[in-house]
Design a protein around this ligand. Structure first.
Ligand code: NAD
Ligand code: DAU
Length: 349
């Protein structure tokens, strides 16, 4: 198959491309990416010269350029998104534009070109907060809390509508919190690890008791491959990890793994609208596609910490200019920045 991959220079997309271009695999790839602050061609150095790989710089909202790049491809795996919840809260316009309008543009083109499959990579965040002990299966109601999750839910609904109305070959994946090599350090785990590498404090939002379901990115990519090759058109597949962990427990595990003191833990003002708990029921993909996570959290964390310790040039590169001003504004001046965007915290919405 010739795959049109959007957002392949980001964290999950680049892991997916490296996985499917492993020696002997039959696929070829067109990686279409705008290279926003989150896109990094250094993630793809190992495949850049592979004859099966081609990179095209472009915006998914640009219908003309996207159609030219997608022509001749067989299937789409759609990763491109503004993927950070905090950024979507501070400046929502980019998330709405890319995640909603961009997905719509791609659906139109894939329909016109009659591609055979469109795998839409979505998130467990569309289900919103789960009550203690509850798990979302694929039929759980959509209940997004942030501009990011609302934009992803909107794009899921667009895909669903194309399947129903146009007999479009769409499939939706909803995955939990990914971690692993090449993740940009705005997200919790790489932010903590990269701060610990230079003995900086660890910012813990609110009481730190929010729970996340952690999935190693390589397990996620294997699940995406299974859905691409064998997933049923029109279906949603949840993909979750091996462990659901409180943020504070995760931070303490990292401190221990990196031999650093708990005095580095710093509680900071909470994220507005912060979801307390995500938890996925993944029985469907296990039963239908024989997919299970293979990497335990303990092994995955060890491998991830080692990767960040070893790849110092990559870490230094992504912690440069844009990231420094982001960190300064939303961590070092956190209270004032949050006050400016959400003067009154919403309650019970
Ligand atoms: P990322 O932020 O690391 O990468 C996003 C990529 O998309 C970047 O390479 C960026 O340059 C590109 N991009 C952004 N806007 C674009 C545009 N308008 N046109 C073309 N390219 C554009 O994101 P990620 O963490 O790799 O997430 C990939 C996908 O997986 C997203 O759709 C996200 O919603 C979903 N997802 C992420 C997680 C997670 O834990 N990271 C979990 C579940 C689902
Ligand atoms: O659940 C899947 C989603 O996981 C994906 O759809 C998103 O693209 C991805 O960003 C992620 O969203 P989260 O909001 O769960 O991830 P984040 O890494 O931003 O935060 C994880 C938890 O850690 C969350 O409860 C907020 C908290 N946190 C985060 C940061 C960045 C902190 O306590 N401190 C921090 O500095």
């Amino acid at each position: 198959m010739k795959l049109f991959i959007t957002g392949g220079a980001g964290f999950i997309g680049s892991n997916f491309i490296r996985q499917i271009l492993a020696p002997g695999r039959p696929h070829t790839v067109v990686n279409y990416d705008k290279l926003t602050y989150a896109g990094n061609l250094a993630n793809l150095e190992s495949v850049a010269k592979d004859a099966r790989y081609r990179f095209v710089k472009g915006d998914i909202c640009d219908a003309h350029a996207a159609e030219a790049a997608m022509s001749g491809c067989d299937a789409v795996v759609h990763f491109a998104a503004e993927s950070h919840v905090d950024r979507s809260i501070y400046e929502p316009a980019a998330a709405i534009q890319t995640n909603v309008t961009g997905t719509f543009v791609l659906l139109q083109i894939a329909k016109k070109l009659a591609l055979s499959k469109f795998v839409h990579v979505s998130t467990d965040e569309v289900y919103g907060d789960m009550a203690p002990g509850a798990f979302a299966d694929e039929n759980a109601p959509i209940h997004p809390s942030s501009p990011y999750s609302a934009s992803k839910a909107s794009s899921d609904l667009l895909v669903r509508s194309y399947v129903r109305t146009y007999n479009f070959p769409g499939v939706i994946i909803r995955a939990s919190n990914n971690y692993g090599p090449y993740q940009f350090p705005e997200k919790f785990l790489p932010l903590l690890i990269s701060n610990l590498l230079v003995d900086k404090p660890l910012p813990i939002y609110g009481d730190g008791k929010q729970e996340r379901d952690w999935l190693h990115v390589e397990d996620h990519c294997r699940g995406i491959m299974a859905v691409l090759e064998r997933g049923r058109i029109g279906e949603v597949y949840n993909i979750g990890g091996t462990d659901i962990v409180e943020n504070i427990a995760m931070a303490k595990a990292l401190l221990k793994a990196m031999g650093k003191p708990e005095t580095l833990l710093t509680y900071v003002k909470d994220r507005p609208g912060h979801d307390r708990r995500y938890a996925l029921d993944c029985k469907k993909i296990a039963a239908e596609l024989d997919w299970q996570p293979q990497i335990t959290l303990a092994d995955g964390l060890r491998q991830t910490v080692d990767w960040y310790k070893t790849n110092t040039a990559w870490v230094a590169g992504v912690r440069g200019g844009e990231y420094r001003s982001y960190y300064h504004k939303y961590y070092e001046n956190r209270d004032a920045s949050l006050q400016a965007i959400a003067p009154k915290s919403p309650s019970g919405v």
